[in-house]
Design a protein around this ligand. Structure first.
Ligand SMILES: Nc1ncnc2c1ncn2[C@@H]1O[C@H](COP(=O)(O)OP(=O)(O)OP(=O)(O)O)[C@@H](O)[C@H]1O
Ligand SMILES: [Mg+2]
Length: 311
Protein backbone atom coordinates (compact mmCIF):
# COMPACT_ATOMS: atom_id res chain seq x y z
CA UNK A 1 0.00 0.00 0.00
CA UNK A 2 1.30 3.48 -0.86
CA UNK A 3 1.62 6.05 1.90
CA UNK A 4 -1.26 8.51 2.27
CA UNK A 5 0.01 11.91 1.14
CA UNK A 6 -0.54 14.90 3.41
CA UNK A 7 -3.07 17.26 1.83
CA UNK A 8 -0.51 20.03 1.29
CA UNK A 9 1.77 17.69 -0.64
CA UNK A 10 -1.00 16.61 -3.00
CA UNK A 11 -1.80 20.24 -3.70
CA UNK A 12 1.89 20.85 -4.39
CA UNK A 13 2.03 17.91 -6.81
CA UNK A 14 -0.99 19.27 -8.67
CA UNK A 15 1.03 22.39 -9.36
CA UNK A 16 3.16 20.46 -11.87
CA UNK A 17 2.86 22.42 -15.09
CA UNK A 18 2.10 21.10 -18.52
CA UNK A 19 4.48 21.47 -21.44
CA UNK A 20 2.49 24.45 -22.80
CA UNK A 21 2.68 26.18 -19.44
CA UNK A 22 6.49 26.13 -19.47
CA UNK A 23 6.75 27.60 -22.97
CA UNK A 24 8.23 30.76 -21.50
CA UNK A 25 11.63 31.12 -19.81
CA UNK A 26 11.49 29.16 -16.56
CA UNK A 27 15.20 29.17 -15.87
CA UNK A 28 15.32 25.40 -16.47
CA UNK A 29 15.92 25.91 -20.21
CA UNK A 30 13.73 22.85 -20.72
CA UNK A 31 12.16 24.19 -23.90
CA UNK A 32 15.52 25.29 -25.32
CA UNK A 33 16.96 21.83 -24.65
CA UNK A 34 14.07 20.06 -26.38
CA UNK A 35 14.27 22.38 -29.40
CA UNK A 36 18.04 21.91 -29.63
CA UNK A 37 17.68 18.10 -29.50
CA UNK A 38 14.92 18.19 -32.09
CA UNK A 39 17.18 20.20 -34.41
CA UNK A 40 20.05 17.72 -33.90
CA UNK A 41 17.63 14.90 -34.66
CA UNK A 42 16.44 16.52 -37.91
CA UNK A 43 20.04 17.21 -38.90
CA UNK A 44 21.15 13.62 -38.23
CA UNK A 45 18.17 12.05 -39.96
CA UNK A 46 18.73 14.17 -43.06
CA UNK A 47 21.57 11.69 -43.76
CA UNK A 48 19.15 8.76 -43.68
CA UNK A 49 17.39 7.97 -46.97
CA UNK A 50 14.54 5.93 -45.54
CA UNK A 51 13.10 5.69 -42.03
CA UNK A 52 11.17 2.51 -41.30
CA UNK A 53 9.44 1.66 -38.00
CA UNK A 54 8.42 -1.89 -37.12
CA UNK A 55 5.55 -1.82 -34.64
CA UNK A 56 2.32 -3.56 -33.76
CA UNK A 57 0.66 -2.27 -30.64
CA UNK A 58 0.57 -5.89 -29.42
CA UNK A 59 3.44 -7.53 -27.56
CA UNK A 60 5.31 -10.71 -28.42
CA UNK A 61 4.19 -10.93 -32.06
CA UNK A 62 7.70 -10.97 -33.53
CA UNK A 63 8.51 -7.27 -34.08
CA UNK A 64 12.12 -7.61 -32.95
CA UNK A 65 12.74 -10.91 -34.76
CA UNK A 66 11.37 -9.41 -37.98
CA UNK A 67 13.42 -6.23 -37.51
CA UNK A 68 16.60 -8.28 -36.99
CA UNK A 69 15.97 -10.43 -40.07
CA UNK A 70 14.96 -7.45 -42.17
CA UNK A 71 18.12 -5.59 -41.10
CA UNK A 72 20.42 -8.55 -41.83
CA UNK A 73 18.64 -9.26 -45.12
CA UNK A 74 18.92 -5.65 -46.32
CA UNK A 75 22.59 -5.45 -45.26
CA UNK A 76 23.36 -8.66 -47.18
CA UNK A 77 21.95 -6.96 -50.30
CA UNK A 78 24.46 -4.12 -49.90
CA UNK A 79 22.26 -1.51 -48.24
CA UNK A 80 23.75 0.63 -45.49
CA UNK A 81 21.51 -0.29 -42.57
CA UNK A 82 21.06 1.07 -39.05
CA UNK A 83 18.74 -0.37 -36.40
CA UNK A 84 17.52 1.32 -33.22
CA UNK A 85 15.94 -0.60 -30.41
CA UNK A 86 13.23 1.75 -29.18
CA UNK A 87 12.27 -0.82 -26.55
CA UNK A 88 14.11 0.63 -23.56
CA UNK A 89 12.57 -1.63 -20.92
CA UNK A 90 12.82 -4.95 -22.77
CA UNK A 91 15.59 -4.51 -25.31
CA UNK A 92 16.15 -7.56 -27.51
CA UNK A 93 17.45 -6.26 -30.84
CA UNK A 94 21.06 -6.15 -29.60
CA UNK A 95 21.00 -9.88 -28.81
CA UNK A 96 19.26 -10.77 -32.06
CA UNK A 97 21.86 -8.85 -34.06
CA UNK A 98 24.67 -10.22 -31.92
CA UNK A 99 26.11 -7.01 -30.52
CA UNK A 100 25.49 -7.77 -26.83
CA UNK A 101 28.53 -6.81 -24.80
CA UNK A 102 29.85 -4.40 -27.44
CA UNK A 103 31.45 -1.24 -26.07
CA UNK A 104 30.03 2.03 -27.32
CA UNK A 105 32.59 4.68 -28.23
CA UNK A 106 31.93 8.35 -27.62
CA UNK A 107 33.30 10.52 -30.43
CA UNK A 108 33.26 14.28 -30.94
CA UNK A 109 30.22 13.90 -33.19
CA UNK A 110 28.22 11.64 -30.86
CA UNK A 111 28.06 7.97 -29.89
CA UNK A 112 29.34 5.44 -32.42
CA UNK A 113 26.79 2.61 -32.83
CA UNK A 114 27.82 -1.04 -32.41
CA UNK A 115 28.44 -2.96 -35.65
CA UNK A 116 26.77 -6.38 -35.98
CA UNK A 117 28.50 -9.31 -37.73
CA UNK A 118 25.86 -8.92 -40.45
CA UNK A 119 26.99 -5.31 -41.02
CA UNK A 120 24.16 -3.46 -39.28
CA UNK A 121 24.84 -0.39 -37.08
CA UNK A 122 22.92 -0.96 -33.85
CA UNK A 123 21.88 1.16 -30.89
CA UNK A 124 20.10 -0.36 -27.91
CA UNK A 125 19.58 0.38 -24.24
CA UNK A 126 21.14 -3.03 -23.61
CA UNK A 127 24.50 -1.60 -24.66
CA UNK A 128 24.26 1.02 -21.92
CA UNK A 129 23.56 -1.48 -19.14
CA UNK A 130 26.45 -3.23 -17.45
CA UNK A 131 24.54 -6.28 -16.20
CA UNK A 132 22.50 -8.52 -18.51
CA UNK A 133 19.64 -8.98 -16.02
CA UNK A 134 19.49 -5.36 -14.82
CA UNK A 135 16.03 -3.80 -15.24
CA UNK A 136 15.96 -0.22 -16.48
CA UNK A 137 15.66 2.27 -13.62
CA UNK A 138 15.18 5.98 -14.10
CA UNK A 139 16.71 8.56 -11.83
CA UNK A 140 13.44 10.34 -11.32
CA UNK A 141 12.08 12.73 -8.72
CA UNK A 142 11.32 10.91 -5.45
CA UNK A 143 7.61 11.54 -5.99
CA UNK A 144 5.55 11.46 -9.15
CA UNK A 145 8.08 9.50 -11.23
CA UNK A 146 5.28 8.17 -13.40
CA UNK A 147 4.57 11.70 -14.57
CA UNK A 148 8.06 12.05 -15.98
CA UNK A 149 8.48 8.54 -17.34
CA UNK A 150 7.07 9.04 -20.82
CA UNK A 151 8.97 12.27 -21.37
CA UNK A 152 12.19 10.59 -20.20
CA UNK A 153 11.57 7.65 -22.54
CA UNK A 154 10.89 9.98 -25.46
CA UNK A 155 14.05 11.93 -24.55
CA UNK A 156 16.18 8.76 -24.67
CA UNK A 157 14.69 7.74 -27.99
CA UNK A 158 15.35 11.20 -29.36
CA UNK A 159 18.98 10.78 -28.26
CA UNK A 160 19.21 7.24 -29.72
CA UNK A 161 18.18 8.70 -33.05
CA UNK A 162 19.81 12.11 -32.92
CA UNK A 163 23.01 11.67 -30.88
CA UNK A 164 24.24 8.47 -32.55
CA UNK A 165 26.72 8.77 -35.41
CA UNK A 166 24.67 6.84 -37.97
CA UNK A 167 26.44 8.41 -40.94
CA UNK A 168 24.89 8.09 -44.38
CA UNK A 169 22.34 5.28 -44.21
CA UNK A 170 20.06 3.83 -46.85
CA UNK A 171 17.66 2.78 -44.16
CA UNK A 172 17.22 3.15 -40.41
CA UNK A 173 14.93 0.56 -38.83
CA UNK A 174 13.22 1.30 -35.53
CA UNK A 175 11.99 -1.59 -33.38
CA UNK A 176 9.02 -0.09 -31.52
CA UNK A 177 7.94 -1.55 -28.13
CA UNK A 178 4.40 -2.88 -27.54
CA UNK A 179 1.57 -0.43 -26.80
CA UNK A 180 -0.30 1.78 -29.25
CA UNK A 181 0.80 4.78 -27.18
CA UNK A 182 4.41 4.02 -28.17
CA UNK A 183 3.46 4.25 -31.85
CA UNK A 184 1.72 7.56 -31.24
CA UNK A 185 4.77 9.00 -29.49
CA UNK A 186 7.12 7.78 -32.21
CA UNK A 187 5.00 9.43 -34.88
CA UNK A 188 5.09 12.69 -32.94
CA UNK A 189 8.87 12.43 -32.73
CA UNK A 190 9.32 11.41 -36.37
CA UNK A 191 6.71 13.07 -38.57
CA UNK A 192 8.97 12.21 -41.53
CA UNK A 193 8.60 8.43 -41.12
CA UNK A 194 8.67 6.80 -44.58
CA UNK A 195 7.18 3.43 -43.76
CA UNK A 196 5.37 1.88 -40.82
CA UNK A 197 5.31 -1.91 -40.82
CA UNK A 198 2.70 -3.27 -38.45
CA UNK A 199 3.24 -6.83 -37.31
CA UNK A 200 0.20 -8.95 -36.56
CA UNK A 201 -0.51 -12.63 -35.99
CA UNK A 202 -3.67 -14.43 -37.08
CA UNK A 203 -5.04 -14.32 -33.54
CA UNK A 204 -8.29 -12.38 -33.04
CA UNK A 205 -6.91 -10.66 -29.96
CA UNK A 206 -3.86 -9.44 -31.83
CA UNK A 207 -5.96 -8.27 -34.76
CA UNK A 208 -8.19 -6.36 -32.36
CA UNK A 209 -5.18 -4.40 -31.09
CA UNK A 210 -3.45 -3.99 -34.46
CA UNK A 211 -6.66 -2.54 -35.95
CA UNK A 212 -6.27 0.30 -33.43
CA UNK A 213 -2.65 0.84 -34.51
CA UNK A 214 -3.73 0.99 -38.15
CA UNK A 215 -6.37 3.59 -37.37
CA UNK A 216 -3.90 5.58 -35.27
CA UNK A 217 -1.36 5.61 -38.11
CA UNK A 218 -3.99 6.53 -40.68
CA UNK A 219 -5.22 9.40 -38.52
CA UNK A 220 -1.60 10.56 -38.17
CA UNK A 221 -1.44 10.55 -42.01
CA UNK A 222 1.45 8.07 -42.24
CA UNK A 223 2.13 7.78 -45.98
CA UNK A 224 2.98 4.10 -46.16
CA UNK A 225 1.57 1.48 -43.83
CA UNK A 226 2.33 -2.18 -44.48
CA UNK A 227 1.03 -5.18 -42.63
CA UNK A 228 3.27 -8.16 -41.87
CA UNK A 229 1.43 -11.27 -40.79
CA UNK A 230 3.79 -13.30 -38.62
CA UNK A 231 3.24 -16.93 -37.63
CA UNK A 232 0.58 -17.10 -40.35
CA UNK A 233 1.11 -20.85 -40.70
CA UNK A 234 3.17 -23.71 -39.35
CA UNK A 235 5.18 -25.97 -41.59
CA UNK A 236 5.83 -29.40 -40.07
CA UNK A 237 9.58 -29.99 -40.22
CA UNK A 238 9.18 -33.78 -40.70
CA UNK A 239 6.22 -34.17 -43.10
CA UNK A 240 5.95 -30.64 -44.56
CA UNK A 241 2.24 -30.40 -43.69
CA UNK A 242 1.12 -26.77 -43.51
CA UNK A 243 -1.40 -25.91 -40.80
CA UNK A 244 -2.76 -22.67 -39.36
CA UNK A 245 -1.46 -21.92 -35.90
CA UNK A 246 -4.37 -20.05 -34.39
CA UNK A 247 -7.35 -21.81 -35.91
CA UNK A 248 -8.67 -18.53 -37.27
CA UNK A 249 -10.07 -17.99 -40.72
CA UNK A 250 -8.26 -15.62 -43.03
CA UNK A 251 -10.34 -12.78 -41.63
CA UNK A 252 -7.24 -10.63 -41.64
CA UNK A 253 -7.62 -10.18 -45.37
CA UNK A 254 -11.07 -8.64 -44.97
CA UNK A 255 -10.61 -7.02 -41.63
CA UNK A 256 -7.17 -5.48 -41.91
CA UNK A 257 -5.78 -6.01 -45.36
CA UNK A 258 -8.69 -4.09 -46.83
CA UNK A 259 -7.37 -0.88 -45.32
CA UNK A 260 -3.61 -1.47 -45.62
CA UNK A 261 -1.60 -3.67 -47.93
CA UNK A 262 0.02 -6.92 -46.90
CA UNK A 263 3.81 -6.61 -47.14
CA UNK A 264 4.70 -10.05 -45.82
CA UNK A 265 3.46 -13.40 -44.49
CA UNK A 266 5.97 -15.21 -42.34
CA UNK A 267 5.34 -18.80 -41.21
CA UNK A 268 6.11 -20.07 -37.75
CA UNK A 269 9.44 -21.87 -37.83
CA UNK A 270 11.12 -22.88 -34.56
CA UNK A 271 14.51 -22.33 -36.20
CA UNK A 272 13.59 -18.71 -36.93
CA UNK A 273 13.08 -18.13 -33.22
CA UNK A 274 16.03 -20.21 -32.02
CA UNK A 275 18.62 -18.87 -34.46
CA UNK A 276 17.48 -15.25 -34.33
CA UNK A 277 17.37 -15.31 -30.52
CA UNK A 278 20.97 -16.50 -30.42
CA UNK A 279 22.11 -13.62 -32.63
CA UNK A 280 22.13 -15.38 -35.98
CA UNK A 281 19.09 -14.16 -37.99
CA UNK A 282 17.52 -17.01 -39.97
CA UNK A 283 17.55 -15.05 -43.21
CA UNK A 284 21.34 -15.26 -43.42
CA UNK A 285 21.84 -18.39 -41.27
CA UNK A 286 19.49 -20.64 -43.27
CA UNK A 287 18.62 -18.82 -46.48
CA UNK A 288 17.08 -21.91 -48.09
CA UNK A 289 14.26 -22.41 -45.56
CA UNK A 290 10.61 -21.55 -46.29
CA UNK A 291 10.58 -18.91 -43.54
CA UNK A 292 13.71 -17.33 -45.06
CA UNK A 293 12.01 -17.13 -48.46
CA UNK A 294 9.07 -15.37 -46.82
CA UNK A 295 11.45 -12.97 -45.08
CA UNK A 296 13.28 -12.39 -48.39
CA UNK A 297 9.98 -11.42 -50.03
CA UNK A 298 9.55 -8.79 -47.32
CA UNK A 299 13.16 -7.63 -47.78
CA UNK A 300 12.53 -7.36 -51.53
CA UNK A 301 9.50 -5.16 -51.04
CA UNK A 302 11.29 -2.91 -48.54
CA UNK A 303 14.33 -2.72 -50.89
CA UNK A 304 12.08 -1.43 -53.67
CA UNK A 305 10.62 1.10 -51.28
CA UNK A 306 14.08 2.33 -50.24
CA UNK A 307 15.17 2.67 -53.87
CA UNK A 308 12.03 4.58 -54.71
CA UNK A 309 12.08 6.51 -51.44
CA UNK A 310 13.28 10.04 -50.77
CA UNK A 311 16.77 10.90 -52.03
N1 LIG B 1 7.83 -16.67 -37.24
C1 LIG B 1 8.39 -17.07 -36.11
N2 LIG B 1 8.67 -18.39 -35.92
C2 LIG B 1 9.24 -18.79 -34.75
N3 LIG B 1 9.58 -17.98 -33.74
C3 LIG B 1 9.34 -16.67 -33.88
C4 LIG B 1 8.73 -16.15 -35.06
N4 LIG B 1 8.61 -14.81 -34.92
C5 LIG B 1 9.11 -14.51 -33.71
N5 LIG B 1 9.55 -15.61 -33.08
C6 LIG B 1 10.13 -15.71 -31.74
O1 LIG B 1 9.09 -15.39 -30.80
C7 LIG B 1 9.63 -14.71 -29.69
C8 LIG B 1 8.95 -13.33 -29.55
O2 LIG B 1 9.32 -12.56 -30.68
P1 LIG B 1 9.86 -11.06 -30.54
O3 LIG B 1 10.68 -10.88 -29.32
O4 LIG B 1 10.44 -10.69 -31.84
O5 LIG B 1 8.44 -10.35 -30.35
P2 LIG B 1 8.18 -8.80 -30.06
O6 LIG B 1 6.91 -8.47 -30.76
O7 LIG B 1 9.36 -8.00 -30.42
O8 LIG B 1 7.97 -8.82 -28.50
P3 LIG B 1 7.88 -7.52 -27.52
O9 LIG B 1 6.50 -6.99 -27.70
O10 LIG B 1 8.11 -8.06 -26.17
O11 LIG B 1 8.93 -6.54 -27.97
C9 LIG B 1 11.13 -14.57 -29.94
O12 LIG B 1 11.78 -15.62 -29.29
C10 LIG B 1 11.24 -14.71 -31.45
O13 LIG B 1 12.48 -15.18 -31.90
MG1 LIG C 1 10.55 -6.69 -29.18
Amino acid sequence: MGKVQPKGKIKEMRKIRTYQEVSHDTGSELLEQVIEQQERLADRLSQVKCLVAIASGKGGVGKSAITANLAAGLASRGFKVGATDADLNGPSLGRMLNVSGATLVDSADGVEPAMSPSGVSVMSMELLQSEADAPLKWREPAMGGFIWQSSMETGVLREFLGDVVWGDLDVLLIDVPPGTDKIKRLLELLPSLDLLLLVTTPSETTRFVVAKSIRLAQEAMVDNIGLVENMESHVCSSCGHVSRLFGTEAATEEHLHGSVSLWGSIPFDPRLGALTDQGDPLITAEPESAASSALQALVERVSKHIKGGKE
